[in-house]
Design a protein around this ligand. Structure first.
Ligand code: TYD
Length: 209
């Protein structure tokens, strides 16, 4: 089974994913936790172009194609082999990150981004996608928590960007009702982890039959 963790920056999804991974492993599940580029050299090389601060002229569609390219390499080298070994694969961000960030927030369009990503994954979609939902204001507050400063103009730009991300994620959750589960990420971490664990256990049980 292939499970993905999604949400805007500051939603806490990575912390939850790590905790869930440890819990499942302790329970004896054959599980891996990964994230793009996931230590796959070629995917990392692609990612380096995306994070390089000198690439200020990186075109938005180039960015979208590079995310999709990095995704494919990680999928082929890491995710698919693990699924073939019957492992439970937890992945921190996948196709829906591109749909929300490049499709929604960068306004390239969800359909366009879906098309290039379905080409990249050969139509493979996650079995279960967990969306950690919260307001961009709260997410930014969490990100800034240790920085001890007030919200500034750049933060406000970020809020609008994340607002579009969130809206797109929520639209996706309504489009893909079968694989999506929305979790209220403004609740205390322990509750969010427990809810996540229950959803995964329930889904694993249903898939057994
Ligand atoms: P993330 O994996 O959350 O890294 P970090 O450890 O820095 O939180 O992703 C980094 C950023 O890249 C994040 O803002 C989301 C963005 N992103 C996209 O815009 N599209 C994508 O397809 C992916 C995977 C990430």
């Amino acid at each position: 089974m292939f499970i993905t963790f999604e949400g805007i920056d500051g939603s806490g999804k990575s912390t939850v994913a790590e905790s869930i991974y440890e819990k499942l492993e302790k329970e004896g599940y054959n599980v891996i936790l990964t994230r793009e580029p996931g230590g796959v050299r070629i995917a990392e090389d692609i990612r380096n172009i995306l994070v390089n601060k000198n690439n200020t002229n990186l075109d938005e569609r180039t960015e979208a194609l590079l995310f999709a390219a990095s995704r494919r390499q990680h999928l082929v080298e890491k995710v698919i082999p693990a699924l073939k070994e019957n492992k439970l694969v937890l992945c921190d961000r996948f196709i829906d990150s591109s749909l929300a960030y490049q499709g929604g927030a960068r306004k390239i369009g969800v359909e366009n981004i879906l098309n290039i990503n379905l080409f990249a994954t050969e139509n493979l979609l996650p079995d279960l996608t967990l969306l950690y939902d919260l307001t961009p204001e709260l997410a930014l507050e969490r990100i800034n928590k240790n920085k001890n400063r007030e919200v500034n103009r750049l933060d406000l730009e970020k809020i609008n960007f994340y607002r579009d991300c969130r809206t797109t994620y929520l639209e996706l959750s309504k489009k893909y009702t079968n694989r999506y589960r929305v979790i209220n990420a403004s609740k205390p971490l322990e509750e969010v982890i427990e809810e996540t664990y229950n959803i995964i256990e329930e889904t694993l049980k249903t898939n057994e039959h």
